[in-house]
Design a protein around this ligand. Structure first.
Ligand SMILES: NC(=O)c1ccc[n+]([C@@H]2O[C@H](COP(=O)([O-])OP(=O)(O)OC[C@H]3O[C@@H](n4cnc5c(N)ncnc54)[C@H](OP(=O)(O)O)[C@@H]3O)[C@@H](O)[C@H]2O)c1
Length: 330
């Protein structure tokens, strides 16, 4: 191991700051709350007005529930030892642009976004900061105001995106593991992000377009007529990107294994669509399409899925299969 990769202690006194007080941020804060955790308020927002903490009920995976109260980070708070970023992919660069100037250059930043593209944008914007990415299969949602549910138990892999981040991987893993959640160091986080992206690219857009649960896509003509071409596009882009090669058949098997094992789940993309929120399509099939175009690879299925989900966000009736008369639905 080179000198640069030797473990480095986290700066500060152990405070974990979380930017993005949504489902995943509240999950981590709730499990870490025995230690020192604070939410970073949205820049210039009134997040902290009237309350110096955010309180909610956390329903743990074992069925127990606890009241959690997490302080907001203020200008008089101590400097955090690590910043977890749990905003949606499309909000991440903007959120960090407004908050990073206040953070010392040696504070590790851990990006939790699904898909790909947002992590690369952050690492390219701040190449000399310790930027890490986490790929997690933990699942959290907020069925009602004031309640966060740990809906799926999984594990979290953490790895370095920038060279400066390498010495921080182990101490960050240790700090996160204090939550009791399963956390591991990941030597090849890009491959891990691709592994998750592949599955999301084969499930999420179909569920959003078909308005169905994960398992239901497997019986849909819309899915069955496109999945092999989609997998061939993903395999070609993955290879061109230098990822661990997978055949289209292996990709399809991975997608369908997860669709079956999560058959009754509502994907985050369908959930966003149902709530009228911006989806992460640009960082899933949209990312595959952009990387394919950059390599001169034809990616019509990824492009079509991206456009249809984008249309659904703009007009909930557009882009549905069978609604071919709608502009842009073809
Ligand atoms: N939830 C999960 O189980 C899970 C699992 C794996 C990965 N992920 C990934 O984790 C990321 C977050 O997911 P999520 O489900 O937690 O989403 P979420 O519930 O929508 O949470 C995102 C939070 O970020 C806040 N935010 C947006 N812009 C901000 C800014 N500029 N400054 C500060 N806060 C800002 C949002 O505030 P507003 O609500 O006010 O907009 C919201 O509270 C996504 O990329 C997702 O794919 C989630």
């Amino acid at each position: 191991m080179s000198g640069r990769e030797e473990n480095q202690q986290l700066p500060g006194t152990g405070l974990i700051a979380i930017l993005g007080a949504g489902s995943l941020g509240r999950l981590w804060a709730g499990y870490l709350s025995a230690g020192k955790v604070a939410f970073v308020p949205r820049h210039g927002s009134a997040d902290v007005s009237g309350a110096d903490s955010l309180s909610y009920r956390l329903q743990r995976f074992d069925g127990s529930a606890a009241s959690v109260s997490i302080p907001w980070l203020t200008s008089s708070s101590e400097q955090p030892s690590v910043l977890l970023v749990t905003t949606k992919a499309g909000d991440t660069l903007g959120a960090l642009e407004s908050r990073l100037p206040e953070l010392p250059c040696d504070t590790p930043i851990v990006l939790f976004q699904n898909g790909m593209g947002s992590q690369q944008a952050v690492a390219e914007r701040w190449p000399r900061r310790p930027i890490l990415a986490a790929s997690t299969t933990e699942g959290a949602n907020r069925p009602q105001q004031g309640q966060t549910v740990h809906a799926g138990r999984g594990e979290t892999r953490v790895g370095a995106l920038t060279d400066r981040a390498r010495p921080f991987v182990k101490p960050v893993v240790q700090a996160l593991a204090a939550s009791g959640l399963k956390v591991h160091a990941e030597p090849d986080i890009r491959q891990r992000l691709w592994d998750k992206l592949i599955v999301n690219a084969g499930i999420n857009a179909f569920t959003a377009i078909l308005n169905c649960r994960n398992g239901d896509i497997l019986n849909s003509r819309f899915y069955l007529e496109r999945i092999d071409d989609l997998c061939a596009e993903i395999a070609a882009v993955l290879e061109a990107e230098g990822g661990r090669p997978l055949t289209p058949a292996m990709i399809r098997e991975r997608i369908e294994t997860v669709a079956q094992s999560t058959a009754n789940n509502t994907s985050s993309m369908l959930s966003d669509r149902q709530k009228g929120r911006t989806t992460e399509i640009d960082f899933i099939n949209g990312y595959v399409a952009r990387r394919g175009q950059a390599h001169g690879i034809e990616v019509p299925v990824n492009q079509m899925l991206t456009e249809r989900v984008q249309q659904l966000s703009a007009d909930p009736e557009a882009g549905r299969p069978g609604n071919q008369n709608k502009p842009g639905a073809s």
